[in-house]
Design a protein around this ligand. Structure first.
Ligand code: C5P
Length: 402
């Protein structure tokens, strides 16, 4: 297990019946070469003793901000900075909600807030608690802030109810973390240019022609690429959503297709470009300087002229080493037409979807896509999945394209 060797891990243990599994988890992490510092909540101590966990980790377990016997201060900031990885296993609904909203009333949550390392959260709770909108919202918010949620498993729960909510076995937790960390370096040193969102084409100072693109696919791609180690420049139209800020993410906000093209051309070096934006095909030939008054015109005709095709122009200018990925949203999926688009726009990979599929396309959280590479080595229809998973599938094809 080379990934975890030498890593500093803060393991947060919270008050779930599954806290007993923390003992095996510590053994596996230590065996893999990691240094483990356990932080427990008060409730966790009801389920497993600090003595067991400190013996296995070889370090005193921390529960409070200071030691009641001698007043020694336990610095959450120092601990947070020490941690390469912050793992909470098992994580209760309460701790997840506190982490999601920064309610730092115990050492574990303050430590989480001070952590710069990667965060993994393994929830464990009863099935109704697990599927409660509050828990789902906490998990979504934590994910948005960069944490990886290790989904609970199905099975018999402490309540004897059968359902989702079981903490995965410690071996499985370690495997998932290692797998995730492997991915974390696959794009290290790579620079990505991603276009996202709609474009707004100005009619007058208060009106525009736009489209329903939300920017969710671009957000998912940017965040996933960052997780995989890339440096990302996101050129985005006025999208509803933006990726979580990160030191390796630069966001250039634009409004129109012309501005988007200019911004893309200003990105002087990149190895991979993903053209995810829903660029308006037309712009207004003569935008008005002043707001058009209804009274002044009984009817109005707007002349439209074609916008630049950003992907096609950038495709003409690209060098052989640069990889371009594009999207094709069609009413019906016609693979011949998709291949034709790939040629015209010099895409190395195209992500095709149709408006016929429920849950696919604009404004949804999910998408159902077919991936086609120019050289024919990839032709894969994926099932309906989250845009985050679609992003991962797209980025995972990169080694096959270069
Ligand atoms: O031709 P169509 O709009 O279907 O092409 C879609 C692909 O081309 C997407 O990857 C989109 O981001 C890109 N595109 C672009 N500039 C345009 C139109 C589309 O970059 N003006």
């Amino acid at each position: 297990m080379p990934n975890l060797s030498g890593k500093h891990i803060v393991l947060g243990v919270t008050g779930s019946i599954a806290a007993y599994k923390a003992a095996s988890l510590i053994r596996l992490l230590v065996k893999a070469g990691a240094e483990v510092q356990v932080v427990m909540t008060a409730a966790a101590k009801e389920f497993i003793t600090p003595l067991t966990l400190s013996t296995l980790s070889g370090r005193p377990v921390l529960c409070d901000f200071f030691d009641h016997s001698d007043g020694t201060w336990h610095s959450h900031v120092e601990l947070g900075l020490w941690a390469d990885l912050f793992i909470v296993a098992p994580a209760t609904a309460s701790t997840m909600a506190k982490m999601a909203y920064g309610i730092a009333d115990n050492l574990l949550v303050t430590c989480y807030l001070a952590t710069r390392g990667r965060v993994y959260i393994a929830p464990a709770m009863d099935l109704d608690m697990y599927r409660h909108p509050s828990t789902i919202a906490s998990a979504a918010r934590l994910r948005e802030m960069g944490a990886t949620i290790l989904e609970a498993e199905e099975g018999e729960l402490a309540s004897h109810l059968i359902g989702k909510g079981r903490l995965p076995e410690p071996e499985e937790i370690v495997r998932r973390i290692e797998e995730d960390m492997d991915k974390a370096t696959t794009l290290t040193g790579k620079q990505l240019l991603i276009t996202s969102g709609p474009t707004y084409e100005r009619i007058d100072p208060v009106r525009f022609i736009g489209n329903y693109s939300s920017g969710r696919m671009g957000k998912a791609l940017a965040e996933q690429a960052i997780r995989m180690g890339a440096e990302v420049t996101l050129v985005t139209g006025p999208a509803q959503v933006l990726p979580t800020p990160h030191e390796r993410l630069r966001v250039i906000r634009v409004e129109s297709a012309d501005e988007m093209l200019e911004a893309c051309r200003s990105v002087t070096s990149y190895q991979i470009a993903i053209f995810c934006a829903a660029v308006a095909d037309y712009k207004v030939a003569h935008p008005e300087e002043q707001k058009v008054k209804r009274e002044s015109r009984p009817s109005m005709t707007i002349e439209l002229v074609p916008n630049p095709d950003i992907a096609a122009l950038m495709g003409k200018e690209k060098d052989k080493e640069q990889i371009h990925i594009g999207f094709a949203l069609e009413t019906h999926l016609d693979l011949e037409q998709v291949r034709d688009k790939m040629e015209r726009k010099s895409f190395d990979l195209i992500v095709a979807n149709t408006l016929e599929d429920e849950g696919a396309g604009f404004g949804t959280d999910t998408n159902r896509v077919t991936l086609l590479s120019r050289d024919g080595s990839i032709e894969r229809s994926l099932p309906l999945m989250d845009k985050e998973q679609v992003a991962l599938e797209i980025l995972n094809t990169l080694p096959q394209l270069s």
